[in-house]
Ligand binder design. Sequence first.
Ligand SMILES: Cc1cc2nc3c(=O)[nH]c(=O)nc-3n(C[C@H](O)[C@H](O)[C@H](O)COP(=O)(O)OP(=O)(O)OC[C@H]3O[C@@H](n4cnc5c(N)ncnc54)[C@H](O)[C@@H]3O)c2cc1C
Length: 425
Amino acid sequence: MRGGSIAVVGGSIAGSAFAGAAARLGAERIVVLERSPGRLEDRGVGICIHDDRLDELVRAGHLGRDVRRHRLTVRRWVTRDPSPGGGGPDGRGRALWAQPMPFHSHHWAVLWQALRERTPATVEYRLGTTVTAVGGGPDGAWTSHPDGTREHYDLVIGADGYRSAVRAALCPEALPEYAGYVCWRGSYDAARLAELPGGAGAWPEDECATVCYPGGQVVLYRIPGLTPGTTQVNWVFYAPTPAWLRLDGPTSIPAGSLTDGQLDGLRALAEERLPPYWSDVVTLTPRDRTFLQPVYDMAAPCLAADRLLLGGDAATVVRPHNTSGAVKALQDAHAFEQAGRAVGHPAGDRPAGSWSGLLAAYDRERAPAGRELVDLGRRLGRAQVGAAPDWAAMDGPAMDAWWRGQLTGGSGFGGQALDRAAPRG
Ligand SMILES: Cc1cc2nc3c(=O)[nH]c(=O)nc-3n(C[C@H](O)[C@H](O)[C@H](O)COP(=O)(O)OP(=O)(O)OC[C@H]3O[C@@H](n4cnc5c(N)ncnc54)[C@H](O)[C@@H]3O)c2cc1C
C-alpha cells in the first residue's frame, strides 16, 4: 500500500501510533483529527508496560529506547493487618505475596510525546477538531465536523477511544459494558511522601503495591515526573459504584471536578479499608489531581470494513487489570503497518483491492486478539475485585496458585507477544 489519504480520528496513544505507521507505509496525506484543543501533555496518568513487550515494540521501530521511564521489579500484595489499626509494625499492612514485576512505568504524557515526535512533520495534527460523524463505502470514507463540512479520505482510522464515533459508523451494536465497579485515580509529586511516617524511603521506589480489601484493591506505583529527575506517585483505586454516579452518558469525572462530598467518600473508603500508610498515600493527593473512571469493557465484532478501521480503545476496551491497553494500541498500529506491507504495490500502482485486502488482514488478526484480552480482563476483574478471595486467609503459596488460575488461555498479563499481533497469511 503506497499513496492515498488517511484521516486518524483521535490523537492520543493509538492515534499517534497509527499516524506513524501510515507515514512509514507511504501514505501521501495523513491528518490527525483530535477534539482536545489544548496540550494532551496535561493528562497525568501512569501507564505500565511489560519489559518484553516494550523491547519488541522498540525492535519493531515503534518507540525509541530513550523514552523516560521508571523501573519496577516487584509487585507487593498486602492487606490490612489483623492488629488494631490494620497497619502492623510499619503501618503498611500484612504482606501477602511478593510477585516479580518486570515492568517499567511511564508518564502518559512522556510516552505520548515520544510517539508524537516519531511521526514525521508531514503528518498534519489538527487539535480542537471534533469529528461528529463518519461514513464509508467501497471507494472511500468521510468525516463530518460541527460546522457542517465533510472531508473525504481513502481511509478513516478510528483511534478515538472507548466512545468512538468511527465505531458507531462501523458497528453501532458494539457498546462498552459497565463492569460494575469504578476506579478512582490520582497522581502527585513523590517528594511529598517525605511527609508520611517513615519518610520517602518507607516505600521502595521499585515496588508496585497492590493493597487488597474485600470488594476492591488499590494499585500504587511511581512514574516519571514531567521534569526529568522527578517522580510522581500514581494510583488506581478499584471500588464499588458510588451512589451518586450516573451511568447514562459520558461518565468519567475529570480531575478538579469531584465535589468535597465525593472526595470525602473516597477518603472514608481509604481510611476504613486500607492499612494507614496506604490510606495516607491516597489522601495526600491534591483534589485537582484526583479523578474517577467507571470500568468498562467491549470487543467490537468487526474492526475494519468499508474504508473504516478501528484501533486502540476504539476497537477493544479492556479492563485495566491486564496492564495492556497502550501495548495493544501500539500492536494494533504494528498490525496495520504489516497488513499494509503485505498488500503492498509499487508507488502509483494501487488498485482498490489493496485497501480491502489491508482491512481484511487487519480484521482477521486483531479482532480475535482483542477478544482474548477482554476475556482475560474479565477473569482478572472477577478474581481480584468481583469475587476476590478472603484476603485474610491468603499467604504466598495460596496467592501464587490463585494468580496462576487467572492466567489460563492465550494472553498474558501485560499484553500479548508482538508476533501474535502480526497478520498471518
Ligand atoms: C485506570 C486505567 C489504567 C490503565 N493502566 C494502563 C497501564 O498500566 N498500561 C497500559 O498499557 N494501559 C493502561 N490503560 C489503558 C490505556 O490507557 C489505553 O488503552 C491506551 O492509552 C490507548 O488509548 P487510545 O489512544 O486508544 O484512546 P484514548 O487515550 O481514549 O484517546 C482517544 C482520543 O480520541 C479523541 N477523540 C475522541 N472522540 C473524538 C472525536 N469525535 N473527534 C476527535 N477526537 C476524538 C480524544 O480526545 C482522545 O484524545 C489504563 C486504562 C485505565 C482506564
